[in-house]
Design a protein. Structure first.
Length: 102
């Protein structure tokens, strides 16, 4: 079982960054409590306040898929739908280094 990371690229409607951050922090607080979650970072571009990356690390693909079935994720997805300037793009990666013991 390989550790998996997804970088979710998000572009938010102008003037909606604060609302997006508020909704995403709620999702973050519950996501880091999930079994199999190793990391959930919210990154904001310092030169463009409407551009974000969510860095999500899970023990394996099964845990990453389970995240998308949680009530907090589904609530987040619905809550930020109108804030998106374009569809978000999740790009999965396999971690090669550092090695993560799980």
């Amino acid at each position: 079982m390989a550790t998996t990371v997804t970088l979710v690229h998000v572009r938010v409607v102008k003037g909606k960054a604060a609302q997006f951050i508020e909704e995403t922090l709620k999702n973050h607080r519950d996501s880091i409590q999930e079994p199999g979650n190793l990391r959930f970072d919210i990154l904001q571009d310092p030169e463009d306040e409407h551009s974000f990356i969510l860095y999500e690390m899970y023990e394996n693909e099964q845990a990453a898929r389970a995240h998308k079935e949680t009530a907090h994720y589904l609530s987040w997805r619905e809550g930020v739908a109108e804030l998106m300037a374009e569809p978000r793009k999740g790009v999965p990666y396999t971690v090669l280094a550092p090695q993560v013991d799980v």
